[in-house]
Design a protein around this ligand. Structure first.
Ligand SMILES: [Mn+2]
Length: 353
């Protein structure tokens, strides 16, 4: 594995590359052209500028998270082909720059969802949390405004204001899209991009749905071992792979993550590893990465990755807000750096068994 750190780019992130390079073992950043809009072709100059920034600081770009998918592709509108063309052009630009990993998701309307972005824990740390009862009380039309209020002034990935302005239109667009349609549209998209992925050896790594069940009645298609295997076999090409996100899949305690890792050996191209504390079905909060702080066995997750020969980028995922740091919720420096140190320690111990 290669330890990496998510970074949103200068001007969008409270964490700097100078800080990231001082975290032991971090080789690269996972980044994006943060001000690009879904559906547009990225500008090669912006990708080169990101790369130059990273390299100046002794880091590489280990992957992109995310190149977002235009809603017309997810809904399956006739206009999707134009947006897929643009996506292919973006992949070509990335491929030419030697960037060979792209994380993306195929969630309708809402990206990841939480009911609270700063739930206070007994030790004073704050974390992102989810409570289905709270979510059920929220009018989806006002969900964007709720998230925006709690974002510490940062634009949250997947919760961009321009989407907020179109919320009613987005729900309308997806009203006839069920799981089958969404799945078929994903397969259509993947089949169309596989040739360019093969040409530049770009590994696509779909991010699982977060949380891993339908929210606001919207379909979810990457949320269990069964659905992941179905997605991988629909386009059975090594360039069609998975981002193993332990926190997203782990939101449903029925998901046996080490078993999922072993079942899809060779198709995990990227790993987000974090811990959660479960309270009751549909109610959880994020925890420190350490196993004993949450409900998940992080050693078993890392062991499954190690034993299956995982050699892609890995990153700590959302961190707690600690030591007075103010950042985009979940994306401060301190707790994610602790996460890197812990995951590196587990890996070293696994390698010396
Ligand atoms: Mn994740």
């Amino acid at each position: 594995m290669k330890m990496t750190f998510r970074w949103f780019g200068t001007g969008f992130d409270s964490v700097t590359l100078e800080q990231i390079r001082q975290i032991p073992g971090v080789k690269g950043v996972i980044t994006t052209v943060y001000d690009s809009k879904p559906g547009e072709t990225w500008q090669a100059e912006k990708v080169r500028a990101l790369k130059a920034d990273a390299e100046k600081n002794g880091l590489e770009i280990s992957g992109i998270e995310s190149v977002n998918i235009h809603d017309d592709i997810k809904v399956g509108l006739p206009s999707r082909d134009k947006y897929i063309e643009n996506y292919i052009k973006t992949l070509e630009i990335l491929g030419k720059e030697g960037i060979d990993l792209v994380c993306y998701n195929f969630m309708p309307v809402f990206d990841w969802t939480r009911s609270d972005l700063a739930k206070r824990r007994p030790d004073g740390a704050t974390v992102l949390s989810y409570n289905q009862e709270e979510i059920d009380k929220i009018n989806p039309d006002t969900m964007f405004a709720e998230m925006d209020k709690k974002s510490n002034g940062f634009v949250l990935p997947g919760w961009e204001p321009e989407r907020m302005a179109r919320i009613k239109e987005l729900f309308e667009m997806y009203k006839d899209v069920d799981e089958k349609k969404l799945f078929d549209n994903l397969a259509y998209f993947l089949k169309a991009i596989m040739p360019v992925c093969a040409k530049y050896d770009i590994k696509m790594a779909i991010h699982p749905d977060d949380p891993s069940w339908p929210v606001f009645g919207l379909p979810r298609i990457v949320r269990s071992k069964e659905s992941i295997l179905k997605m991988l076999s629909a386009v059975d090409d090594v360039h069609n792979g998975l981002t193993l996100c332990s926190g997203s899949l782990g939101s449903n305690p029925q998901n046996d993550i080490p078993d999922i890792i072993r079942s899809v050996k060779g198709r995990i191209h990227f790993a987000h590893v974090r811990n959660l504390k479960h309270h009751s079905p549909g109610k959880f909060e994020e925890a420190a990465h350490l196993s004993s702080d949450g409900s998940m066995d992080m050693y078993e997750i890392m062991k499954a990755l190690y034993d299956t020969g995982f050699d892609g980028p890995i990153r700590p995922d959302h961190g707690r807000a600690i030591w007075g740091e103010v950042s985009m919720p979940g994306y401060g420096l301190y707790d994610r750096a602790l996460g890197c140190a812990y995951l590196n320690g587990l890996w070293e111990a696994l390698s010396k068994r």
